[in-house]
Design a protein around this ligand. Structure first.
Ligand code: AMP
Length: 440
């Protein structure tokens, strides 16, 4: 059998790749209105960044990271020798840690300056058990805002995300926004202890995973999908009863801004998200129409301690990431369609092989003018060249015979409207570019 793609990965074939381009272009346009600028960080980072930033008790770090080892280090490992901490690399499982690392390393947040607003788009890697909507390599678009602790930053981020979903075609009524606060280093310890004490009372009802991590991070039990744990967590202590005054005020303010913007949300005290770095605001957007079990199409929150975790100075932060493949499922469920741009605008056909050199140079000059142009490189009958033009969905066809070559002019035929216009070869590139730009 021929070699297949690795488990849990997916090819984006041309139509889907075109939609990915449209998706990221839309994100750049919408997020750009809010001041977000693109940043590109490596797909590999030091493993330690994720261990320290995301936390060892999370599934993402404890079981799902792909390790990357260079050839020479692999040899050392196989020989039982140790390798340098900085040579232990992992494929990024999410985007926030890398962006925060870059912000810290390049000192992008200066004292007293405006917050830095960055967006990214690209693949993430998690060795999860693949299923519909859950891949081992998937694409995310995300934003990070560093250097501002104000609740309006959280609110504008959430408003911006909901606007993006709508612009991309997911109807607002097909989504639910879940909102919670995780508290801060002042109020979370007491809450953690309360949940820990509660879990100890129910330890016999918990799964092995929850039992194992209840001492390291008891809040992870809220994330567990096992029925027994879900039942136990229904009656667990609620963070809302433990928030300090500052966290309460922050949460109230975020909700106030969302209310004023007409963004509906559901308060979900069980929402703790899968990564350890969150403080205060956390949220998730779920698609309600999709039959897929993986309904979370995006989520994020505030992470005021993460920059310090990775060795930077105290820098508050807020961010979110949304999953491209999950959005595609939600869009399919909503019946949304996407028409990819044409691959060919003008097709040049030849009556016989004699016109081929003229056709070849006409095609080059049209392309040089930015017009998507093609011809058949194989010897084909005129009929089969027209078939090819049809298959390529060419908007215009130019047919060259001996008369056209002699006159240095040919007919530009619009395949949709059947309108025809005779154009000299010299004028053809400019005229075709004009027609294409006007969408005629
Ligand atoms: P997270 O970084 O876990 O908050 O994920 C943010 C978003 O990325 C989720 O809401 C999903 O839409 C998407 N996502 C996370 N994990 C996967 C995965 N394994 N496969 C596909 N999409 C994912």
């Amino acid at each position: 059998m021929s070699i297949q793609l690795p488990t849990g990965t997916k090819d984006l074939l041309p139509d889907e790749a075109a939609f990915w381009d449209h998706f990221t272009d839309t994100a750049k346009r919408v997020f750009g209105c809010y001041g977000y600028q693109p940043v590109v960080t490596p797909l590999i980072e030091q493993t330690n960044l994720f261990v320290r930033g995301i936390g060892t008790a999370t599934d993402v770090v404890s079981k799902e990271m792909f390790t990357a080892v260079s050839g020479e280090n692999l040899k050392k490992l196989v020989a039982g020798e140790g390798i340098d901490e900085k040579d232990r690399l992992s494929l990024r499982p999410e985007g926030t840690a890398g962006v925060v690392r870059a912000v810290v390393q390049h000192n992008l947040v200066q004292q007293g300056s405006a917050p830095v607003k960055l967006m990214y788009a690209g693949p993430m890697f998690r060795a999860e058990r693949p299923q519909k909507g859950r891949l081992r390599q998937f694409n995310q678009v995300g934003i990070e805002c560093l250097g501002a602790e104000e609740p309006s930053i959280d609110a504008e981020g959430i408003i911006m995300l909901m606007r993006f979903y709508e612009e991309i075609g997911i109807p607002r009524e097909s989504m639910v926004l879940l909102l919670n606060s995780m508290g801060c280093e002042n109020c979370r310890p007491a809450y953690r202890d309360a949940v820990h004490a509660y879990l100890e009372q129910h330890v016999d009802e918990l799964c092995d995973d929850c039992r194992r991590r209840m001492d390291i991070n008891p809040l992870r039990a809220f994330d567990c999908k096992k029925e027994g744990c879900i039942r136990v967590m229904e009656s667990a202590p609620r963070i809302t009863d433990y928030l300090c005054d500052d966290c309460k005020a922050h949460h109230q303010a975020v909700k106030g801004y969302l209310d004023a913007a007409g963004i509906a949300y559901v308060e979900d005290y069980k929402l703790v998200r899968g990564l350890d770095y969150y403080t205060r605001t956390v949220f998730e957007v779920q698609a309600t129409d999709s039959a897929s079990a993986q309904s979370a199409i995006g989520g994020g929150g505030r992470y005021d301690k993460l920059a310090e975790e990775v060795g930077g100075k105290p820098t508050p932060g807020f961010g979110f990431a949304l999953g491209f493949e999950r959005c595609v499922i939600a869009l399919e469920a909503a019946g949304a369609t996407f028409t990819p741009p044409r691959a060919c605008e003008v097709f040049v056909a030849c009556v016989s092989d004699d016109e081929r050199p003229t056709a070849f140079s006409l095609v080059q000059s049209l392309r040089a003018h930015g017009v998507k142009t093609d011809m058949s490189h194989q010897k084909r009958s005129l009929k089969s060249q027209f078939k090819l033009a049809n298959k390529l969905n060419a908007r215009y066809v130019v047919t060259l015979g001996p008369d056209e070559v002699a006159a240095s002019a040919a007919t530009l035929r619009n395949m949709d409207t059947h309108e025809e216009e005779s154009v000299a070869f010299a004028d053809m590139p400019a005229r075709a570019a004009e027609l294409v730009a006007a969408g005629e």
